[in-house]
Design a protein around this ligand. Structure first.
Ligand code: FAD
Length: 326
């Protein structure tokens, strides 16, 4: 990996880039060391060019949306972090007929508010998920029995060969919190297929969901949403963790929420290693008590201080279409 040459070529292509950028500020858990190279492309073709240059110089790539589902190691990320920043953010939405086209950096809930005002529904149950549209598409985000992918018409992708393509949603396989995007692709935009709905009812639903989430989730502390995938709709990770008596258990500054057992919170000064150790502790207990190995929903990236490498968010084949939990 030739990072110096990569950095020079990014500069020559006028792609905004910085070096040794701490990633803790880009994740909701507020942990994570620096990325060697950090780029914030302003348009899809810049993202594709940055991906091509990274591929040519053998640099691994970490895509950052709003960082609401990411645990990045304290040792940081060796390679190029690509953040879809302000240029892909909230202004970039076009409503047309029963659909909308939006840039991948748009906050999902902001997008849903705009759609509600013009009477377009179908994704209202996802209101309150704090990630970006791109992150939601990469994860097949969902809640209350709904998920985003059944509502996608097409997506725009930046590819590591340096091209930007539009792909029909029918060509993309997805499952419960998993999506098979082409290798190395970054989602830069999408068209969503919606339906006519009453704006008042949509906004009422948003308020209902906000109250429900505020009641259930430990939102006063930095967190990453559900840490583990639900083994099934009825057998939730939270229930199993609670049955192990783990609510309130901590490692360093990382703690299993007393409010929701599938949430871990940063009580102040936690390290990524604390979260990783707590994840491991939960998996061990659940395996002993329930004979079942939990898969992480949170995505782990970068260098951790331990040598354990068995926590990858292994694609579990999408055996459950949507776990339905929020
Ligand atoms: C309080 C709270 C509640 C939550 N509730 C829910 C919920 O109910 N349902 C749910 O599904 N999730 C939930 N989440 C998790 C999270 O918000 C979603 O997974 C969200 O879709 C992630 O979006 P993001 O932009 O933050 O992605 P990030 O966290 O930045 O990235 C997540 C993954 O997607 C990849 N990625 C991000 N953007 C792109 C892109 N443009 N192209 C390609 N890959 C990309 C990243 O590399 C990473 O692997 C919750 C999180 C929190 C903190």
């Amino acid at each position: 990996m030739n990072l110096r040459e990569l950095s020079l070529q990014l500069k020559a292509c006028h792609i905004p880039r910085r070096l040794e950028v701490p990633l803790a500020g880009y994740t909701w858990l507020e942990v994570g060391g620096p990325a060697d190279v950090f780029v914030e492309p302003r348009m899809a073709i810049e993202a594709a060019t940055a991906l091509r240059l990274a591929a040519e110089h053998g640099a691994p790539v970490l895509v950052l949306g709003r960082g609401t589902n990411l645990l990045i190691g304290d040792g940081g990320f060796r390679g190029m972090a690509l953040h879809l920043g302000p240029s892909f953010d909230d202004g970039r939405v076009v409503v047309e007929g029963r659909g909308c086209i939006a840039a991948a950096g748009v906050r999902l809930s902001k997008l849903l508010e705009r759609l509600a005002v013009v009477g377009l529904g179908g994704l209202e149950d996802l209101y309150g998920i704090p990630g970006s549209l791109g992150g939601a598409l990469a994860m097949n985000a969902g809640a209350y029995g709904s998920a985003i992918w059944p509502r996608v018409g097409w997506i725009e992708l930046a590819l590591p060969v340096g091209r930007v393509v539009m792909v029909d949603a029918a060509k993309i396989e997805y499952g419960y919190r998993s999506v098979k995007l082409p290798p190395g692709a970054v989602v830069t935009g999408a068209r969503l297929r919606l339906e006519r709905s009453d704006p008042r009812e949509l906004l009422d639903r948003h308020h209902e969901l906000t109250a429900d989430r505020e009641g259930k989730h430990p939102l006063a502390f930095p967190n990453c949403g559900s840490v583990f995938k639900n083994p099934s709709r009825y057998n939730t990770a939270a229930r199993m963790i609670e049955a192990c008596g783990l609510k309130g258990r901590s490692v360093g500054g990382a703690k299993i929420s007393e409010k929701h057992a599938n949430f871990m919170v940063n009580t102040g000064g936690a390290s990524a290693a604390d979260f990783r150790a707590l994840i491991e502790l939960v998996r061990d207990c659940v395996e002993k008590e329930h004979g079942l190995s939990l898969c992480t929903e949170v995505r782990l990236a970068g260098e951790f201080t331990t040598d354990e490498n068995d926590l990858d968010d292994a694609d579990d084949g999408g055996e459950v279409r949507d776990g339905g939990s929020a």
